[in-house]
Design a protein around this ligand. Structure first.
Ligand SMILES: CC(C)(COP(=O)(O)OP(=O)(O)OC[C@H]1O[C@@H](n2cnc3c(N)ncnc32)[C@H](O)[C@@H]1OP(=O)(O)O)[C@@H](O)C(=O)NCCC(=O)NCCS
Length: 205
């Protein structure tokens, strides 16, 4: 029986205290700020409480996930271009992404704060296995659980599609990225290498 929506959760979900420590470690909350109830509101003047949303289920105050739309391409591409961890190719043109979304309806998501896209994930499958591409969270919104939430949305999609497994590609040098995937329960394969073949030098559309 394949998991259906909401029937699984990724391991190691951080407690409020752990998430607070993460934020202090990356300097988004002053080291001296306290998490003790009653002090949190005043000690942080609502700043960290805002970041945490006052609730582990809310990642960045005001953030939400929604389906990625073809019209999100420019905003997503601008994020992807910021980081060499995201490998871009002719498969990332506006028309290629629109074709991908049409071929894999309901599998790709953006995280938004207001109108601003701050996170992305592309999920698609070939009827046999799922594939995750372009998981990205903007630097100012990291370590708050947004990446995990995007992955959970993708896994929900794969579950609904009746898939039993998914894979992703990651640059061998992306150690922080590998750390993330391990933290959310993905297993690194040491028995596989990737081979590619280019059918065309020109963009698909
Ligand atoms: C990888 C990335 C998506 C993580 O997003 P995020 O929103 O910061 O991740 P989360 O806050 O959901 O973190 C989930 C877990 O991973 C851990 N984690 C996240 N980034 C980490 C890092 N750089 N180093 C160590 N641990 C990390 C968190 O501590 C957390 O663990 P916990 O819940 O047990 O405390 C983000 O750093 C990013 O966009 N990186 C650049 C693009 C990239 O490398 N994408 C992956 C390519 S395959």
């Amino acid at each position: 029986m394949f998991p259906q929506r909401g029937e699984f959760s990724l391991p190691h979900r951080a407690t409020l205290a752990q998430r607070w420590e993460n934020l202090q470690r990356i300097g988004r909350i002053p080291a001296e700020a306290s998490t003790r109830s009653g002090e949190a509101g005043s000690a942080t003047s609502g700043f960290a409480a805002n970041l945490l949303g006052g609730n582990l289920g809310v990642m960045t105050a005001g953030s939400a996930l929604r389906q990625m739309l073809p019209g999100d391409h420019a905003a997503c591409r601008a994020l992807w271009e910021r980081d060499p961890a995201i490998g871009l190719s002719d498969a990332d043109s506006e028309c290629a992404i629109a074709a991908y979304l049409e071929r894999n309806p309901g599998g790709s998501f953006v995280a938004v704060v207001g109108d601003e896209v701050v996170g992305t994930i592309l999920c698609g499958h070939d009827g046999r296995r799922g594939y995750i591409h372009h998981l990205y969270v903007a630097p100012g919104h990291r370590m708050l659980g947004l990446g995990r939430q995007l992955v959970e949305a993708g896994l929900d999609y794969f579950g609904r599609e009746g898939l039993g497994k998914c894979h992703l590609f990651i640059f061998g040098t992306n150690e922080p990225g590998k750390h993330f995937w391990r933290r959310v329960g993905f297993v690194q394969r040491d028995d596989l290498d990737v081979f590619s073949f280019s059918l065309s030098d020109s963009a698909p559309c």
